[in-house]
Design a protein around this ligand. Sequence first.
Ligand code: SF4
Ligand code: SF4
Length: 368
Amino acid sequence: MENVKFKIIKKKKVLSLLDSLTKEYNIFIPVEKNGDIRFSEFNSGQDISWDYRNTKISPKEILFPQTETLFYFEAGASAQSNRSMVPIPIEESKGSTSETNDKQRTTNYLIFGIRPCDAKAFSLLDKIFGGDDFQDTYYLKKRKQATIVSMACNKPQSTCFCTSLKGKPDNEEGSDVILFDLEENILAKPITKRGEEFIEKLSSWFKKAKESDVEKKNKLIDLSLKKIQSQVDIRNIKERLDNAFDASFWNEIHQKCLGCGICTYLCPTCHCFDITDEIDSGAGASAPSKGKRVRCWDSCMYPLFTLHASGHNPRPTYKERMRQRIMHKFNYCPENFKEIFCVGCGRCIRNCPVNIDLREILISIDFS
Ligand code: SF4
Ligand code: SF4
């Protein structure tokens, strides 16, 4: 029986269910604001944008914020100098201006209703931030506390091409639970042990699903699959790019690029960042210095990204920067992590101001 794991809940009860979890979880849901949908913290009485296609800004910002304070510091005495900087952990710092940041460090996360492509993107970010060589404690601390409840995609957009990248509207990778919108009801399928425990804990809200519910879900997913028209043949893309570093093709594809970085900022798998110290020099030159170390998203599409202190820049033009973006996702990451770092969400295509289409770039890569 396929429906053995499926549970069902009336859609109109979901807000009350979330309401019952607000003490236990820091909940993020898709919310409409000024015509855009964005994942935002759930507040009592707030409604969910059930019918959204996908958000412009990816939910990666929940676990990997656009700016994040790593720690605070202030001048302190040391054996070498009486003005050396002493780091202060976030928890101990006074005068933090980031209440959300502090709250997020001490609570569980419930990321509710993200699309399966974005859930898969989290599993790719896990390889970057939680790999064998490097462990990013800032990301991992939040990730380990996160329950990801995805929502199968029933309205793919013309720019979606997840099926070319081993994805599909009901892809389960990265999700603890996947939900299906059956209009009046929501069907839930636990994927991981964490997902099973989550549904079990909430069992009083759910009923066992009927065979007819699962059949309805199957029909919706079939329909959704048919709506994904974009197909890109990315077979052997890594091998095709292996010897392509000096190919003349790179002279063409960057020509329209403005270097705005939108494609990388909106991408759910892009993960480059910069770290800076923001100094608050206090009341005057003689006052003790204090400040904070902040990391913020950066982009390989910016000229300063690789500018050396000597003035040399190994990626001086749009050509080298565009090549880096493509090679990183489709050649270097497959080499290092055995994964293509694109989930086919189409954000970079939909939002590029000069209509550079990643699918067209991928199709035209043929150096045989
Ligand atoms: S969004 Fe388009 S114009 Fe902007 S950096 Fe990316 S490819 Fe270039
Ligand atoms: S490269 Fe473009 S299509 Fe691929 S995951 Fe990033 S934003 Fe989505």
